[in-house]
Design a protein around this ligand. Structure first.
Ligand SMILES: *Cc1c(COP(=O)(O)O)cnc(C)c1O
Ligand SMILES: [Zn+2]
Length: 426
């Protein structure tokens, strides 16, 4: 179970030992995580702005910069989601050049996890796995189930037993085997590590993790290209395991090394829910390690109490002059509503976290109004509607008569007027 490749291979982050390409995620010498290392010099001649522009409108336009085995021809149009200027939200939070990277509409399963899974499953096939799986806080389960179905792979997926119903349904519908585990994500993940040692399966975020994680770089490539091959000043990114935020940074530095964008200091800001904030706590206290937490937040997709890439993310954020912030569940709901009301984007709880943190960073002056800031929205609100249950009363219905309509409209206006008076707006 290994393949060779001229342009990339696994290396240890700590001691630099090289491992070729095989389904492993940690160094046998120092136990540090492995990461895909590229020979950028040999890639350079193949990659220009023009060659990328000539590619398909999905993540495969960056294929030369991803760990995709020679001869593998991926064809699922994942990614290339909109980067939209958020004028109304920017005005609300007090910054003039705010953009939303909208992975709430990522294809095929409406979260950024579609990107990582596409890269992981290409490698699962190269290694000869016929069963794939993952431990998941929800979105990864959906993405693995959908893409495994299309590739004809069997999927076994483990999730915490209290996961949102929509995320469970969105896994089962693809025919995946779903196993609900009593405990939180950290318990599920530990179990998956043991299963991966026992069964010949490709777990995308366990033994295939180094390849999986590289898929997140495509968020960074897209941001740079969509800004007209420029880097932003600030990136605000949600953190669960701490992988995405690091890989956006890796993408930017590769683009600089390849001469595709001008070098620039980009500050990275991490976003977590206070009920599960081990990485933001580490940043705030300037620690080089993570103190694990027991998660308790509605932002379940970010609820990883002992994040694998947490220490590295904490160090990276501080090295850029950025910061990490965390917000309460009440602020998460307000963030979901604010993004929907100002920009017409319905995000899940993780996006509420990011939006609320962006607002806080602006209010605290950590992000200045004249800088270009990209807020990364990673998942879709239709998957976490239970977070909003009870917030919007179902109105009474009316008969199909114009008079009824007019009377009712009057009533609604009066209610709205009272609310405004109570809120002190008039
Ligand atoms: C997994 C996930 C993240 C965070 O990803 P990490 O790479 O583990 O930090 C952010 N948002 C959503 C919606 C996710 O599902
Ligand atoms: Zn090592």
């Amino acid at each position: 179970m290994a393949y060779s490749c001229k342009t990339y291979e696994l290396r240890c982050n700590e001691c630099g030992k090289a491992f070729g390409n095989q389904p492993i995620s940690a160094c046998d010498v120092c136990l540090a995580p492995l990461e895909v290392h590229y020979d950028l010099e040999s890639i350079r001649p193949q990659v220009t702005r023009a060659s990328i522009a000539a590619g398909p409108f999905n993540i495969w336009r960056y294929k030369a910069l991803l760990p995709i085995p020679d001869g593998y021809e991926p064809d699922l149009p994942v990614g290339f989601t909109p980067l939209v200027r958020a004028r109304a939200l920017g005005k609300r939070v007090g910054t003039d050049h705010l953009y939303i990277k909208n992975d709430a509409v990522c294809f095929p399963t409406l979260s950024f996890k579609d990107r990582v899974v596409a890269v992981a499953l290409a490698n699962a096939q190269a290694f000869g796995f016929t069963t794939v799986g993952c431990s998941s806080t929800g979105n990864l389960a959906n993405a693995v189930a959908a893409q495994a179905a299309r590739l004809g792979l069997k999927a076994t997926i483990l999730v915490p037993s209290d996961l949102e119903p929509a995320k469970i349904l969105n896994t089962l519908v693809y025919g995946a085997r779903l196993i609900r585990v009593e405990g939180n994500y950290d318990h599920v993940n530990r179990l998956c590590t043991q299963i991966a040692e026992e069964y010949p399966w490709g777990f995308v975020n366990v033994n295939l993790r180094p390849y999986y994680a590289e898929g997140s770089k495509t968020v960074g490539y897209e941001i740079a290209e969509q800004l007209g091959w420029r880097l932003p000043d600030n990136v605000v990114c949600p953190m669960a395991g701490g992988s995405l935020i690091r890989k956006i940074r890796k993408a930017f530095s590769e683009l600089v090394s390849l001469g595709l964008v001008e070098e620039k200091l980009v500050r990275f800001f991490g976003a977590q829910a206070t009920g599960c904030s081990p990485i933001s706590q580490s940043v705030k206290q300037a620690l080089d390690y993570i103190e694990p937490q027991r998660p308790n937040t509605i932002a379940r997709s970010l609820a990883i109490g002992n994040p694998a890439d947490g220490p590295a993310a904490s160090k990276m954020i501080r090295s850029t002059g950025g910061y990490a912030e965390d917000v309460s569940d009440v602020e998460v709901i307000a963030g979901i509503q604010e993004l929907a009301e100002t920009e017409g984007i319905f995000t899940e709880t993780a996006g509420g976290v990011t939006t609320a943190v962006t607002a806080r960073l602006c209010a605290d002056g950590r992000i200045s109004p004249d800088q270009t800031t990209v807020s990364v929205i990673t998942g879709n609100g239709l998957k976490t509607t239970d977070a909003l249950s009870g917030r919007y009363a179902t109105e009474r219905s009316i008969r199909p008569r114009l008079a009824d309509f007019s009377t009712y409209l009057n009533e609604l206006d009066q209610v709205r007027g009272r609310e405004l008076v109570e809120a002190g707006a008039c």
